[in-house]
Design a protein around this ligand. Structure first.
Ligand code: PMV
Length: 325
């Protein structure tokens, strides 16, 4: 099955505008248990399941409408149609319609934040198309479609804790995300923006290289199994020690597989290593704080409201977010 067939299967192949303009919004998400490695590159089907938390207030609000020619605006600025971001957006839209479309996105994700803006971007775009074409899709259908744009976008369809079930089917119809019931009002995430330099290699290529050349990657499914179980238990008991341990170990496990790939993939900068030592020193001093990292040099802290001031004095530049408001 190719992407186009998968898209048609979900939407029923209908692409007539039912309104002048479709609209949808979605937040970015941070994986506590990572999606790392695909079993099908065309459909973005993952090797393992993953679990994330949404960051409300950081994301995309998108409007789509039929137009005379394709156009893509981000925060009012027209994007060059040859640019990678625009090409990805219109490749995605062509799964549904050949007609030209105007896309206007308002994004509150700082571009240099090392937050996968593609996750909120494709989830918001999927919701906007669903609105404009009147598909009336369930969360599951939206998640399957958003996955075709970017794997982690499947999770950004929902807020809060979200689990993306890897699935087994070749057509990917059982590979979608679902929200967990749990809320955790005291939970905090801290964003440390350490570098705005372009990444040496994109996550798509880095994943592929890891799957193909890393022996450690063979251990990855076992790591994920343990972390998913541990994280879900931690969420249900609101146990930060357990949540933090699994999130941190999972992130380090993912980076270990990259470091052991060939040619090696190393996203860490000296500033990243310094921040990791800072987290460990703070923890040694009795403050329960943990970290996670994605395919980039930035570090994301995990802690609770009671320790906000300790985290702020150790990392004055941190941007703190309350995922549950
Ligand atoms: O969805 P992509 O292709 O941007 O890949 C995301 C990969 C990680 O951010 C490293 C992990 C994850 O689960 O979000």
């Amino acid at each position: 099955m190719n992407k186009h067939e998968a898209a048609q299967l979900v939407t029923g192949g209908t692409s007539n505008w039912v309104k002048e303009e479709g609209e949808g919004g979605a937040s970015v998400n941070i994986a506590l248990c990572k999606y790392w490695g695909k079993r099908n590159e065309e459909l973005n089907l993952p090797v393992t399941s993953s679990l994330s938390i949404g960051l409300p207030g950081l994301g995309a609000q998108t409007k789509v409408r039929p137009a005379a020619r394709d156009a893509f605006f981000v925060n009012g600025t027209p994007m060059d149609s040859a640019a990678k971001a625009a090409a990805r957006v219109f490749d995605f839209i062509r799964l549904f319609t050949r007609e030209p479309v105007e896309v206007k996105t308002e994004s509150t994700v700082p571009l240099a934040a090392g937050l996968a803006s593609s996750a909120s971007g494709f989830a918001a775009l999927t919701k906007a198309l669903n609105d404009g074409f009147g598909w009336n899709l369930s969360g599951r259908g939206l998640s399957i479609l958003a996955r075709l744009g970017s794997g982690s976008a499947s999770r950004s369809v929902f807020d809060g804790f979200v689990r993306w079930q890897a699935g087994e089917r070749e057509d990917g119809m059982d590979s979608f995300a679902e929200p967990l019931e749990a809320v955790w009002p005291d939970l905090r995430m801290g964003l440390l923006l350490l570098s705005d330099k372009a990444k040496p290699i994109g996550s798509r290529e880095a994943m592929k290289r890891t799957v193909e050349t890393s022996l450690l990657y063979r251990q990855w499914p076992a790591r994920v199994k343990e972390d998913l179980a541990g994280l879900q238990e931690a969420v249900s008991r609101r146990d930060l020690t357990q949540l933090g341990r699994h999130a941190e170990q999972n992130a380090l496990g993912m980076h270990a597989t990259m470091l052991e790939s060939w040619p090696p993939v190393m996203y860490w900068l000296p500033e990243s290593v310094q921040a990791i030592h800072g987290v460990h020193a703070l923890r040694e001093s009795g403050v329960p704080v943990y970290f996670t990292m994605d395919a980039g040099p930035n570090v994301k802290l995990i802690f609770t409201a009671a320790h906000e001031s300790a985290v702020r004095s150790a990392f004055p530049e941190v941007r703190i977010i309350a995922p549950f408001g």
